[in-house]
Design a protein around this ligand. Structure first.
Ligand code: NAP
Length: 319
């Protein structure tokens, strides 16, 4: 059954407020499992699918493209370029590389257009002017509908907005950086303010802190078999589930439960309480996760709730 979901704008795109992160495809999950996850997403009303050329060693794009064959129009495909794929495709934002990367992604995705094409990482070796000029050509050619950036600072957002306006080029309409109840850098570093100022949509990545905010990890317990953290070495597990992290997780979980909700629902609702956040692109490895994530967006937090959550977080740091 198709459930309509609330949408928000990413430039001219109308994206579901819960999207699907596709970085497990071709890595932690195979093509059949990818299809099950994508089917569940479409059934739940999810329209935004966020992948990258580097995910799963390029298999994420291939699996997503094949899975969406025959129903491409139901999806908005966001992909990324600029990360290193192999020795020959080293990444970056150089004009020739951007043109080639786009054609390669279009071929792997089996489509004639990318809805949102994002520069994955800033390229210190290439002037952003060159990258923006190359992206503008892709938009003019109809290969790309909108462009975005990722892992950008407030200063980089300012510079890019100025250059696009000066040249009359396509402008970045979105910024994708890490942001969650456990990682609030974009607030402190002025990135959310820069997005608001320039009318850019913010797309938080690691919205569930790799699953820590799903509530499935508990203090002192071995991560459940088959989970993302279970696959990490012991020191990385300890870091992800440190006492400081678990103090915050437990306090937030209690606050949500007192209100008849789950930590997972709080993780989505807290991000979506910010109008600048367009879509929460949580990753998933199983269809049940996608259904739970799509439903999680229904809780609306008030301004008073947000203040209380800040107080809960501050108190958890004093434990
Ligand atoms: P995430 O959304 O914080 O965590 C996803 C993981 O959480 C899933 O793999 C799954 O883990 C678990 N999970 C999800 N829903 C769940 C549920 N309902 N119940 C229990 N567990 C649940 O992290 P992410 O997927 O790495 O990040 C989201 C997306 O952001 C990526 O897919 C990618 O598209 C994008 N991203 C972008 C960048 C960038 O530099 N631009 C960097 C990282 C990610 P299990 O595997 O344990 O099932």
């Amino acid at each position: 059954m198709l459930i309509p979901m609330q949408t928000r704008s990413i430039g001219a795109l109308d994206a579901s407020v819960v999207g699907l992160g596709c970085n497990n495809f071709g890595g932690r999950i195979d093509e059949a499992a990818t299809k099950a996850v994508v089917d569940a997403a479409l059934d739940a009303g999810i329209t935004l699918f966020d992948t990258a050329d580097i995910y799963g060693g390029t298999r994420s794009e291939e699996f997503l493209g094949r899975t969406l064959a025959g129903r491409r129009d139901r999806a908005l495909i966001a992909t990324k370029f600029g990360g290193p794929i192999d020795d020959e495709r080293k990444g970056g934002g150089g004009a020739a590389y951007v043109a080639r990367a786009c054609d390669d992604s279009l071929r792997r995705l089996g489509t004639d257009r990318i809805d949102l094409y994002q520069l994955h990482f800033p390229d210190q070796a290439t002037p952003i002017e060159e990258t923006l000029g190359a992206l503008d050509e892709l938009v003019r050619a109809g290969k790309v509908r909108e462009i975005g950036c990722s892992n950008f600072s407030a200063e980089m957002i300012e510079e890019s907005a100025g250059l696009s306006a000066e040249h009359g080029w396509a402008r970045f309409v979105s910024v994708q950086n890490e942001y969650s109840l456990l990682r609030r850098g974009p607030e402190k570093q002025g990135v959310l303010d820069a997005c608001t100022k320039h009318d850019l949509a913010f797309i938080p990545y690691f919205p569930l802190a790799s699953g820590v905010l799903s509530g499935k990890y508990t203090r002192g317990a071995t991560p459940p078999a088959g989970t993302r953290l279970a696959a990490l070495p012991a020191d990385r597990q300890e870091q992800a589930l440190s006492d400081a992290v678990m103090n915050r997780v437990e306090a937030l979980d209690a606050w949500a439960r007192e209100r008849g909700h789950t930590l997972l629902e709080l993780a989505f609702a807290w991000l979506l309480a910010r109008p600048v956040v367009a879509s929460v692109i949580a990753g998933a490895t199983r269809p049940e996760q996608v259904a739970a994530n799509a439903a999680a967006a229904e809780w609306r937090l008030s301004v008073a709730d947000l203040s209380e959550i800040d107080a809960v977080i501050a108190a958890s740091k004093r434990v």
